[in-house]
Design a protein around this ligand. Structure first.
Ligand SMILES: [Zn+2]
Length: 480
């Protein structure tokens, strides 16, 4: 039990508010209060009058921003946090798709999802699309949904199954039954269908798209992944009329301008996972190209089997990758970038309102009266990085980190306060993940387990250097 349990109104006093309003995303409101009643933001302004029973949270010296939204995270894989730190995409595919993904039992999906959900909340990520492609039976799907419903965040279960073609599992009666039982149109657990389009000219994914259309579910798809999905998949989707405004294209990294034109023309959005694209090999993080097409962008972390599950890292990596490419392209032409094209406020917008837009939720990702109360207070009085805050967007993108998340509110409920999660069973989550790790390790055997984590390093030759100490080592030098 805590002071926030009773659904009391909450007022965040005197913070610097980043409203992320469509009317001007660079707008900052200094010394501003945010009043939350029920599940909504009731008022935003200086020195607000609050109901007598309101809980007051001192936000002075801190930044109040909308809860962040991750549009692509394979939450089940969080049970193997960090295991694949040195993988390439090929090694990931071999490990999960071909060899060991099928070892995951329903309780393992539950364990990964639970930990991922808690981790997201702790880091101020209040909405996550669970790109859940380990659902090889409906029992696995029930476990995934149970886990998401056990943690007080907002989630979208993007149902997927890498062990079968999408036309097969979406046609199964038990899948229909799952949708009937579990997809209730509730506000806290949404539903999408997740599968990839591999470019076979016969378009075998067509029946899965038809099921999604019939169910009124958005499709999310890994697009433009080097060596896996290409322009062919986009063209097939487009020619068959399955590119829609609610479609989320994940990565979209190795695509031609023609594919970007098709995405832009049909109103879909791109979920960029910069940390992932930078080290796994899907293609260069595409914001630098996507921006030129005016395609809406959201951010995502992909999987904690490699990367961090917080969107501060995503914002930082995305801003860096975009600018890096802009400089590189200019230098290749002998030119100099004197003014950066991508600004910090833009990546903060992608991490908040960009995700809301991708999900068709104009009630999220913005701090305005009437919107859902999903809020994050970034404030850390014990950190030397907490001041001065001169440029609030720059602070969020380049200075802040998840340890600075002081308070998190989801749907009007305070779920983290003074850096402590409330009403979350971290010990239970730990025990679940330990059982999963033990199950995988013992089933695979120690040797396969270790080998999986430590891929071979390719042989590399150090290049000859014309400026080495050749002359000193020569006979002539020795004779001196
Ligand atoms: Zn992915």
């Amino acid at each position: 039990m805590n002071e926030f349990e009773a659904g009391r109104p909450v007022v965040l006093r005197g913070g610097t508010v980043l409203p992320m309003s469509p009317r001007g995303s660079r707008r900052v409101l200094p010394r501003t209060d945010v009043l939350v009643t029920g599940d909504r933001i009731a008022a935003v302004g200086p020195e607000l009058e609050a109901p007598e029973d309101a809980v007051v949270i001192d936000a002075s010296g801190g930044l109040v921003m909308p809860g962040m939204i991750d549009t692509h995270r394979h939450m089940w894989q969080t049970a193997l946090r960090g295991y694949g730190a040195d993988w390439t995409l090929t090694q990931y595919f071999v490990w999960f798709y071909l060899e060991h993904g099928k070892l995951f039992r329903p309780e393992d999906i539950h364990a990964g999802n639970t930990l991922a959900a808690i981790e997201a909340l702790d880091a101020g990520v209040t909405t996550v699309v669970d790109w859940s492609h380990g659902l090889r039976t409906v029992d696995h799907a029930d476990a995934a949904a149970d886990a998401l419903e056990s943690v007080p965040g907002r989630y979208v279960l993007a149902y997927g199954n890498i062990q079968q073609p999408p036309a097969a599992w979406t046609a199964a009666p038990e899948f229909r039954d799952f949708v009937r039982r579990r997809v209730t149109g509730g506000d806290m657990l949404g539903f999408q269908i997740a599968f990839d389009v591999l470019g076979d000219p016969s378009f075998p994914e067509r029946p899965a798209f038809e099921v999604a259309r019939e169910l009124g579910a958005a499709v999310t798809t890994h697009a433009g992944v080097w060596g896996a999905t290409s322009d062919d998949g986009i063209r097939l989707m487009h020619e068959h009329g399955f590119m829609t405004p609610e479609t989320i294209y994940v990565h979209a990294a190795s695509l031609s301008a023609d594919s970007y034109h098709r995405i832009a023309a049909t109103g879909g959005s791109i979920s960029v996972s910069t940390e992932s694209e930078q080290s796994a090999g899907q293609g260069y993080p595409p914001t630098w190209a996507v921006r030129a097409h005016g395609i809406p962008v959201s951010l995502s972390m992909d999987t904690s089997v490699w990367w961090s599950g917080d969107l501060f890292s995503a914002m930082r990596a995305t801003l860096g990758a975009d600018r890096s490419r802009e400089h590189l392209e200019a230098h290749a032409k002998g030119e100099t970038v004197t003014h950066a094209g991508l600004r910090a406020d833009q990546v903060v917008e992608w991490a908040t309102r960009g995700g809301a837009r991708a999900l068709g939720r104009d009630d999220l990702g913005v701090i305005e009266p009437g919107k859902k109360a999903d809020l994050v207070l970034v404030k850390n009085e014990h950190s030397p990085v907490s001041f001065p805050i001169l440029n609030p967007f720059g602070h969020v993108a380049f200075q802040a980190q998840r340890g600075d998340v002081h308070t998190v509110i989801v749907n009007g409920r305070v779920v983290k306060h003074e850096h402590r999660l409330l009403g979350v069973d971290l010990a239970g989550a730990r025990a679940g993940v330990e059982r999963t790790v033990e199950h995988l390790r013992s089933t695979m055997g120690d040797e396969a387990w270790e080998k999986g984590m430590n891929p071979d390093i390719p042989s590399a030759k150090v290049l000859d250097n014309p400026y080495t100490y050749t002359d000193y080592r020569s006979d002539a030098t020795h004779r001196l």
